[in-house]
Structures are given as structure tokens and as C-alpha cells.
Ligand binder design. Structure first.
Ligand code: PLP
Length: 397
């Protein structure tokens, strides 16, 4: 076929750039590489045996229903379990407010497609979750970012921005943000809600990591503070296993109805078998105990990384101190190129993610995202030590 990409593909698809993270993850697959790059949970902590039993149970007990088409909104008992779970966190939900999605990534895609016309403005924190930025780009939206610090999005900047510019959506990850690992503090949450109400802009609250808090008190979910304007995304990816591909979208009934129509055109519904198995699992599985185990384990890995950074990193490096989640965000000394450190680290057998891809516009410095959930304590120590050597080499060059 004699067609160029420009003539063959839609503007929407051409607006998508290959994800730098996915390319790096390919390099990180080399068996000799310690990967601090991905956002992967620890596979040895998946409740694999319990999940396997749940699949066997539903296939034995109700094969006809578990293998049949289902309704777009999702399997009732699974939705009821999620609704009860949200109630524990002060979020009032209901069957008309909840849609099961194919991971929370599909939630980002559906909400973007439901709300954003080409040229519409979506406001994110800076830096932000890369695949959300890609998703908004595929809607041909204009992504505008406001800064963040160790306490999350700078909501005063958001207020100033919205006074000048009409936005259709605010997107953020308020707990243990990807890539920084930081959390939006309680005072800013209330201010954020006040601002969203003032300008009538819906907020997309993306919360894959909230359950993984291993230190401190959890501030209230945005959806617990405002139940009309906030659309909240949840997922079992970091609590049970990402391969289940089960997430959910909670929001006002009118929004959920619209998203269900869009989801029909995408995939009809999330896999029935996975939903039935998840519901069967959660009937008997001690989810709270499992989460408590994950928190203890990730705390150990996080602390190992923070201690190794303290021990090995040269002066001028700074990093975040997460209270949960999977990531530490490392700022390099002034003038040190993240590309050089990345290349030199890979030569030493350590993969990390350069920070620039997470920024909208010009990054305010050089950064790396480090993951601690997918490596042993020994590999974290050795990985950080090698990374520090790579940093010192890059500093000398
Ligand atoms: C902030 C954020 N949102 C959404 C997702 C997508 O997760 P899921 O597996 O639920 O689609 C991720 C995955 O890493 C993430 O970090």
C-alpha cells in the first residue's frame, strides 16, 4: 500500500507518541538488568492461589453465566463489594454510580472521550501520569499543567489558571502520585473542591495507590468531599493483580450512563469471567489482611530505597519520601543530564525512567522515577548503588 502515515491515520492516532516508559521497559527486560523502571507490583505477593481457586469455583459452579456476555455496567455482586469498600472511605456510591472498567486506564480513556472535544482544555498536575497525558492527547485536547510540590498540586496556581482559561476537566492522582509518590494534603483537597465548584469543572480523581498507604493518616478522598463533580477511578491492579484488568469508575448517575454508552462501543463490557472470579474471591478472601501485608512489605522496600539513596547519592540530589504507593522521585544535581545518567545506569545494569516524559512543557530540572515494589531489598540496594555511580560518572562528564 502506497500511503503515508499522515494520510492513512487519523489526527487522533497520530497525536499519540510511543510511550518512553514502554520502550525503557523493553530494555529493562534483559535478565542482567535490575529494573527500578516499571510500575509493577511484586508478583510474589499476588494472591495467586486464591485467585486460581476462585476461577475454578465459578467455572465449576456457574460456567454458563461466568462465560456468557454480561451487562456493560458490570457484574452486580462485584459492584456491590466495591460500593461497600468505598463506603469505608466515606464515599457514598450506589449501583447507578458505578461502572466496571478494564482497569483504571480505561476509565481515563472513557472519561476523556466523554468530556473532551478537540481543542478543549484539560488541567493536570505537573508532572503527571504519562498514560493519562497520552490518553488526553488522543482526544486532541489541550493539556495545561499546574505545578506541584511535596504536598501535591499547587491549587492556587489552578485557581489563577481557571480564572483566565476555560477548562473542561481537572485530572490528578491525589495519593502517592505517579511519578512523584507525593500526596495532596487535606487542606488543598478542600481548596481544590472549592475551585472546581467555583468554575464548575469536573475532577477526575485517579486513585490506584490509595490503599497502599504504609505511613500516616489518609486524607479524605475527593469523591468523599464532593459527589457530583468528582469522577473517581479505582482498580484492583495494585491490590490484587493487574492481569485481572478490573477497575471501576464512580461518578454521578448521568455521567455513568454516558460512560456506559461509550464503553459499549469500545468493548461491550469487561471480561465476565474475571469479574465473576473477582467477586467469588472477595466473598471469602480477607482483603484487609492482604492489604495490611502489602503495606508492611512495600514499607520495607521503600525504606530500603530511601536508606540506600541516603547512603550513596552524591550531594545535590533530592528525592521524595513517600508514605505509600510504588515510587520515589529523584531530582538530579543541577546541570546533570538525566539522559546521561539513564544511559550510564543501563550500562551498569540498572533501568530507571527519565523524568522528562512526565512533564507537560519544559521540565524544571532533571529527574528520574524509581520503583521499589518490584525488586528485592538486595536488588534495591545494589540498584541504587550502581545508579549513584552512574550519577557520579555523568557529573564528571
Ligand atoms: C496513576 C495511574 N493511573 C492509572 C493506571 C492504570 O492502572 P490500571 O492497571 O488500573 O489500568 C496506572 C498504572 O500504573 C497509574 O499509575
Amino acid at each position: 500500500m502506497n500511503t503515508s502515515a499522515e494520510t492513512m491515520f487519523s489526527k487522533r492516532s497520530m497525536a499519540l507518541k510511543p510511550s518512553a516508559v514502554r520502550e525503557i521497559l523493553k530494555a529493562a527486560e534483559r535478565p542482567d538488568v535490575i529494573s527500578l523502571a516499571g510500575g509493577l507490583p511484586a508478583p510474589e505477593l499476588f494472591p495467586a492461589e486464591a485467585i486460581s481457586q476462585a476461577y475454578i469455583k465459578v467455572l465449576n459452579d456457574k460456567p454458563g453465566a461466568a462465560l456468557q456476555y454480561g451487562i456493560t455496567e458490570g457484574f452486580g455482586p462485584l459492584r456491590e463489594w466495591i460500593i461497600a469498600r468505598m463506603k469505608k472511605f466515606g464515599i457514598k456510591s450506589g449501583l447507578d454510580r458505578l461502572l466496571i472498567s478494564n482497569g483504571s486506564q480505561q476509565g481515563i480513556d472513557l472519561v476523556g472521550r466523554a468530556i473532551l472535544n478537540p481543542g478543549d482544555v484539560v488541567v493536570t498536575e505537573n508532572p503527571a501520569y504519562l498514560a493519562a497525558l497520552q490518553s488526553f492527547a488522543s482526544c486532541e485536547a489541550e493539556v495545561v499543567a499546574v505545578g506541584s510540590d511535596d504536598n501535591g498540586m499547587l491549587v492556587d496556581e489552578l485557581d489563577e489558571l481557571l480564572a483566565r482559561k476555560r477548562a473542561k476537566l481537572i485530572y490528578l492522582c491525589p495519593n502517592f502520585q505517579n511519578p512523584k509518590g507525593t500526596t495532596l494534603i487535606a487542606e488543598r483537597r478542600q481548596l481544590l473542591i472549592d475551585i472546581a465548584r467555583k468554575y464548575s469543572v469536573p475532577i477526575l480523581e485517579d486513585d490506584p495507590y490509595g490503599e497502599l498507604r504504609f505511613r500516616g493518616e489518609a486524607p479524605k478522598a475527593l469523591a468523599a468531599l464532593e459527589d457530583e463533580l468528582v469522577i473517581r477511578l479505582g482498580t484492583f491492579s495494585k491490590t490484587l493483580a493487574p492481569g485481572l484488568r478490573i477497575g471501576w469508575i464512580h461518578g454521578a448517575p448521568s455521567i455513568i450512563r454516558r460512560l456506559a454508552i461509550l464503553k459499549q462501543s469500545t468493548d461491550l463490557h469487561t471480561a465476565t469471567l474475571a469479574q465473576w472470579a473477582a467477586a467469588a474471591l472477595l466473598e471469602t478472601f480477607d482483603f484487609d489482611k492482604h492489604i495490611a501485608m502489602l503495606q508492611v512489605d512495600y514499607l520495607r522496600r521503600c525504606d530500603a530505597m530511601l536508606t540506600a539513596l541516603d547512603r550513596h547519592m552524591p550531594a545535590g540530589c533530592k528525592w521524595t519520601k513517600p508514605d505509600g504507593g510504588l515510587f520515589v522521585w529523584l531530582q538530579l544535581p543541577e546541570g546533570v543530564s538525566e539522559k546521561k545518567v539513564f544511559d550510564s545506569a543501563l550500562r551498569r545494569g540498572v533501568a530507571v525512567v527519565p523524568g522528562s516524559g512526565f512533564f507537560v512543557g519544559k521540565p524544571p530540572g532533571s529527574f528520574l522515577r524509581l520503583n521499589y515494589s518490584n525488586q528485592t531489598i538486595e536488588s534495591i540496594n545494589s540498584g541504587v548503588e550502581r545508579l549513584a555511580e552512574a550519577m557520579k560518572t555523568a557529573q564528571r562528564e
